[in-house]
Ligand binder design. Sequence first.
Ligand SMILES: Nc1ncnc2c1ncn2[C@@H]1O[C@H](COP(=O)(O)OP(=O)(O)OP(=O)(O)O)[C@@H](O)[C@H]1O
Length: 363
Amino acid sequence: MTAPIDPALQRALATVIDPEIRRPLVELDMIPAATLGAGVARIRLELTVAACPAADRIRADVHQAAASVPGVERVELEVGVMAPATRQALVERLRGSRPQQFGPDTLTRIIAVASGKGGVGKSSVTANLAVALAARGLAVGLIDADVHGYSIPALLGTEARPTRVGDMMMPPEAHGVRLVSIGMFVEGNRSVSWRGPMLHRTLNQFVTDVWWGDLDVLLIDMPPGTGDVAISLGQLLPHAEVLVVTTPQRAAAEVAERAAEVARQTGQRVLGVVENMAGLPQPDGSLLELFGAGGGDEAARRLEVPLLARIPLSVALRSGGDAGEPVVAAEPGDPAAAAIIALAESLRGTRPITGRSLPISPA
Ligand SMILES: Nc1ncnc2c1ncn2[C@@H]1O[C@H](COP(=O)(O)OP(=O)(O)OP(=O)(O)O)[C@@H](O)[C@H]1O
């Protein structure tokens, strides 16, 4: 059935983008009818799912676009939900436009952030790096694959969950970063005791069933150590690069090196080392080396990769994490924030990052 769409309305509505799918509504068959007569624009809007969290925004955007058309004095908007068959056709069309989101020909740079042991600040670094890259205009996705310590949603101050459209998931966005986390799929604050196959399935879902849109960078917060997730990721995304986070302690550097070696065995390239908790700046300008010194350099030397950043201890980074307000956004002048921002700049510079456009065309 083809319902009439007024050409002037069609042009105006073509500028309205679905905030989750990031495609114009008209391309997604979300506007089956839009007529104009006697100054009244009558528009039928069909949301992909009833509980669409972006419904209010979409409705407002449609209203505004229609009202901007010359001759329109009033907008009548009828809002409904897509029929299951239409939704299924849309999901298949989206999938068809990108059979393999992160296949070998992807232009998305994939960076897994790993550490040898827990508590070195890997998640804090990953969350802040993601926000810093997004603030520089890149389209950034973030997978929280840290099964036992899934902390990314809290660090980014969000409790939102993905929206399901058919068998696809639209990731929520926080601080400009699209994210999914294992924590979004467990009730309450339970720990996850999944082992190999279950983990592999979940990671695979994050890579294939989440509609990421065009990403410049996909960051993955890995669990500490050298476990199942590292091996799964090596299989699912063999062309991912790995960033290794360590503290300045020599012993920490040794375990970090082991994590990097596992990544290498699965064919991934180690990009470099980030030394976190690298001293506490003192009021007199000196640095109190609370966790020793030299671990980052040592790990970088042994792995034959560069030391990409040295991030000092910072109360602002810690409290920003606790409050869900990443320090790179809340206090960019803080020395730890500045070090992470410089890291984001350097990663941006090491390879041209370009988004690709794979427009889907209406069937
Ligand atoms: N540079 C820093 N200065 C001050 N506190 C920091 C810094 N980096 C991390 N922290 C704090 O250290 C704690 C551990 O950090 P985080 O959770 O990021 O580590 P992690 O390596 O991801 O741990 P796990 O993998 O075990 O979840 C947090 O409370 C965090 O706020």
